[in-house]
Design a protein around this ligand. Sequence first.
Ligand SMILES: NC(=O)c1ccc[n+]([C@@H]2O[C@H](COP(=O)([O-])OP(=O)(O)OC[C@H]3O[C@@H](n4cnc5c(N)ncnc54)[C@H](OP(=O)(O)O)[C@@H]3O)[C@@H](O)[C@H]2O)c1
Length: 218
Amino acid sequence: MKDKQVTLFGASGLIGGVLIKQLLEDPSISKIKIASRGPIKFVHEKIIFFQISFSDQKELEKSVADSVVVFSTIGSTKAKVNGDKNAYRRIDFDINLSIAKSCLKMKVNQFQLVSSGGADASSKNFYLKLKGEIEVAVFDLKLPSAVILRPSLLLGKRNEFRFGEKIAQILMPLFSFLFSDNYKPIKATSVAKSMLKYSKIKPLGNHVIYNKEMIKDL
Ligand SMILES: NC(=O)c1ccc[n+]([C@@H]2O[C@H](COP(=O)([O-])OP(=O)(O)OC[C@H]3O[C@@H](n4cnc5c(N)ncnc54)[C@H](OP(=O)(O)O)[C@@H]3O)[C@@H](O)[C@H]2O)c1
């Protein structure tokens, strides 16, 4: 069932958790490989779970083998890495690039990565630069189809409490009319819907999907 199998990295996170539900409900997808460093809460006959070490390229390759689309929503936060920029980069850049390289090696048709609104490799802001750099590195691989999504502030229920994000989630929607569509807060469900949509379209080459496009996918 090669044509209906996908792989998801990041299932334990906000977007990943929403995406997995949408993938489970989609009858055109028969198998979902989930690769994670720890256990996951989802049990379903469509799910094949791999607990892996992200530094092991062979395990990454096994996780993406025979999938037509691979999604990564992996990323960290400043708080989680205790402000360590190298540790941040090892996750947002190194892990995602290793996944993209395993897609190239295993001839996966499409790789999708969630980046961030404002991503820019030449930015002076560490986070936006990091996101921009991983975008460039992924696009440089020239995969058959690479889709990078750039959401603004994510709205949705998390398993964990993030103080700064919670405040932003309360305040930003109130002033949302002041922002252009590319910077308005966006529901994690809308991002996941766009991911599912592009997994079916499979546009050839490199593509950036902006917040203003995803926000329409309610
Ligand atoms: N929060 C926002 O408002 C916002 C806005 C724009 C863009 N983004 C970006 O969008 C992406 C998805 O966001 P999200 O909020 O859905 O993310 P999230 O909830 O923080 O989930 C992140 C995922 O990355 C995994 N991960 C983190 N460190 C890892 C490591 N060292 N090894 C393996 N897996 C690791 C986590 O797995 P574990 O459970 O194993 O830790 C989790 O599945 C991220 O790249 C984020 O930077 C976020």
